[in-house]
Structures are given as structure tokens and as C-alpha cells.
Design a protein around this ligand. Structure first.
Ligand code: NAD
Length: 351
């Protein structure tokens, strides 16, 4: 039951979106993949240079906060499916500028829902609106347990509050208008093309340049990590097989304390760079904890595993090694994204 023809992927120039676009362009030559992206600091067409000449790929530069633009785009292309990833995604930035998160993550999502609802008004048959979200909407697991699909929402940061709000709007469009939606909430992703403001690529870049490795608090916060390509595979599975109106949690049953992730990166990098064991660990620098920092996230992903047959393909150590190798062999990518604005941002954060 493949959904044919035009598929709109939003945020396809970003970290996860670029892996989803690549997978769909390569795996489904019968689809035309439209990548709609505003190209903010986090959007980078270099992420897609291996597929941007593919005959079934189109790039559209645009902003999801622009409702008129979206209505016109939907009127033009008869999208069968939407996979919505465009978002402001960095918690620290949401703390300094929450309104940008409200605009893109909440208003942008409602604009997209409206555009789909209008364009698909004659029939919802064969259409699908897939909203990609995060496990951070569930809050923090301070006393054990796992997030399931029925865990009540309890977002703590402006980022997770904006994503929680967007999830509620997507469900409301299903409940109120019967718009055919599906939602997934995924744990922390890592892998190639990750913008180096996030923990893993930031550490790789800093270890390479022998710069301090900032770790919040004592590094006790626990995150559940999933290799980005496995998330893209899960998105493919949910898009094609997920039941309309349902939510699927996606995670790797792979919990790590931040400090242990940083130590693992130090060990792998020492080996790769031919440095003496223990060299990079000396760069670890504990910094004042992030305000409202959630202690632990852990996803129960039994539903997608049992009902849709998805499972992660990589162990964490294997994924970390692949990720480090990618950053070490893509110096040009790293140089481009760490020049200019990144430098200013970085100096502001960790002064
Ligand atoms: P990212 O920041 O790397 O990419 C976001 C993309 O959206 C960028 O290409 C950016 O240019 C684009 N964008 C931002 N504002 C836009 C706008 N107004 N109009 C059009 N495009 C716009 O983010 P990511 O880490 O790839 O996350 C993608 C999605 O997955 C987000 O919705 C995020 O909430 C969700 N998610 C991320 C993670 C994670 O660990 N990174 C985990 C679970 C869910």
C-alpha cells in the first residue's frame, strides 16, 4: 500500500530531515520528494549534495510561518503525503529566544495542517500528514520508568513546550476534522550532519581542536540515544505502515549519562587521532547546569517494534565510531558550519 506521487518533507536540509530525504529519494524512485526548508542556521544544502541532482528530488526554499505561501504550494503540487520535521530544535536557543520556537514549531505546524486540510478538502483518502516530534514532550523521568505513548505530557523547556503544543494541534486536527495524521516521538538522535551545537558533534569538534568539553552540571543527566539513520528508517516505517490517528514512540533502549557519552567520545577520538589514552578526558570542563535541565529521558519503543516490526540496526559504540569517522573525513562540512554565526553563538554560550 505505497502512497504514490508527491511527498512534501519539511526541514529536509536539517540534521534528521536530510537523512529522511536521502532515504526516500533513493528508496522510492516512484515518488517525487519536495524538500521545503527555510535554510536557517541549522539548514544546510551541503547535507544533500549526494542526491540533489536526482530526478525525483526538488528543493523549495520557504518558511512554514508564511500561511499564504503554504496554501499556494499545496494548491500547486497535489501532495499525497507530508512528513513534517521543520522546527527550531535546540533547547538552549529556546531558553534565550522562546518566541521563535512558538512561531516555527506551533504557528508553522498549524499553518501546514491548514494547508493540508484545504488542499485535501475533497477527500482525505490516500493522504497522510506525519508529524515528527520528540520524547522531550513527556518531561523528565526522575524516579525510573519509561515514556510510553500514553505518558501524560509534561514539557519543561520552551522547546519541548512548543513541540508538545504542536503535537496537540496535530491530534486536534485528527479529532476535529478527521485529518489523517500520524505522530512519532523520538529520543535523542546522533550521527553524520549533526550541527555542532549539540553534545556529541560539539565534543568531537572540540576534541579535534583540543578545546574544553563543556558538560552541564556533573554530567549526570541521562539520555536515550538513537543513530539518525535508524530514526529515518523508523520514519519510513511509520509513514507507510503506521495506523492513522496513532502515536509511535521511537528509541533505542540505549540510556547513557552525558558524562559517559563524553568519556566514550574521548576514548574513541584518542584512538583515531593517535593520541595517548586519557589525553582528551583532560579537556572535560563542568559548566553551570542548564536551567530546568531534565534529569532523564527513556523511551519504551515496544509499540513500533511489535506492531510495525522496526528495530534499531546499530549498537551505540558502533554508531559513535561511524559518527566520529564521518566528522573526521568531512572537515570541509565542519569548517563551513562552524564559521561565522556559529562562532558568535558558541562564544556567547560558553564564555
Ligand atoms: P535541525 O535543527 O537540524 O533542522 C531543522 C530544519 O528545519 C532546518 O533545516 C531548518 O532550516 C528548518 N526550518 C527551521 N525553521 C523553519 C521554518 N520556519 N520554515 C521552514 N523550515 C524551517 O533539527 P533536527 O534535529 O533535524 O530535528 C528535526 C525534527 O525532529 C524536529 O521537529 C525535532 O523536534 C524532531 N526531533 C529531533 C530530535 C533530535 O535528537 N535532533 C529527536 C526527536 C525529534
Amino acid at each position: 500500500n505505497k502512497i504514490s506521487k508527491n511527498i512534501l518533507i519539511t526541514g529536509g536540509a536539517g540534521f534528521i530531515g536530510s537523512h529522511v530525504v536521502r532515504l526516500f529519494v533513493n528508496k522510492y524512485p516512484e515518488y517525487t520528494i519536495y524538500n521545503l526548508d527555510k535554510l536557517t542556521y541549522a539548514g544546510n544544502l551541503e547535507n544533500l549534495k549526494d542526491i540533489d541532482q536526482a530526478p525525483n528530488y526538488r528543493f523549495v526554499k520557504g518558511d512554514i510561518t508564511d500561511a499564504d505561501f503554504l496554501q499556494k504550494l499545496f494548491a500547486l503540487h497535489n501532495f499525497q503525503g507530508v512528513i513534517h520535521l521543520a522546527a527550531e530544535s535546540h533547547v538552549d536557543r529556546s531558553i534565550s529566544n522562546p518566541m521563535e520556537f512558538v512561531m516555527t514549531n506551533v504557528v508553522g505546524t498549524v499553518n501546514l495542517l491548514n494547508a493540508a486540510k484545504t488542499a485535501w478538502k475533497d477527500s482525505f483518502s490516500g493522504r497522510r500528514f506525519y508529524h515528527v516530534s520528540t520524547d522531550e514532550v513527556y518531561g523528565s523521568l526522575d524516579h525510573g520508568g519509561f515514556f510510553t505513548e500514553s505518558t501524560p505530557y509534561d514539557p519543561q523547556s520552551p522547546y519541548s513546550a512548543s513541540k508538545a503544543s504542536s503535537d496537540h494541534f496535530v491530534r486536534a486536527y485528527y479529532n476535529t476534522y478527521k485529518l489523517p495524521v500520524v505522530v512519532s516521538n523520538c529520543s535523542n538522535n546522533y550521527g553524520p550532519n549533526h550541527f555542532p551545537e549539540k553534545l556529541i558533534p560539539l565534543c568531537i569538534n572540540n576534541i579535534k581542536n583540543s578545546k574544553p568539553l563543556p558538560v552541564y552540571g556533573k554530567g549526570e543527566n541521562v539520555r536515550d540515544w538513537l543513530y539518525v539513520v535508524d530514526h529515518a528508517r523508523a520514519i519510513d516505517t511509520v509513514f507507510h505502515q503506521g495506523v492513522i490517528g496513532e502515536t509511535y514512540n521511537i528509541g533505542g533502549f540505549n540510556e547513557w549519562k552525558n558524562i559517559d557519552v563524553v568519556r566514550l567520545l574521548c576514548r574513541v577520538m584518542d584512538k583515531k587521532l593517535g593520541r595517548a589514552a586519557g589525553t582528551s578526558e583532560q579537556l572535560i570542563t563542568f559548566v553551570t547546569d542548564r536551567a530546568g535541565h531534565d534529569l532523564r529521558y527513556a523511551i519504551d519503543s515496544h509499540k513500533i517494534m511489535n506492531e510495525l516490526g522496526w528495530k534499531p540496526s546499530l549498537q551505540f559504540e558502533e554508531g559513535i565510531e561511524k559518527t566520529v569517522d564521518w566528522y573526521l573525513s568531512n572537515e570541509e562540512w565542519l569548517a563551513h558550519v562552524t564559521s561565522g554565526d556559529y562562532q558568535k553563538y558558541y562564544e556567547g554560550m560558553y564564555k
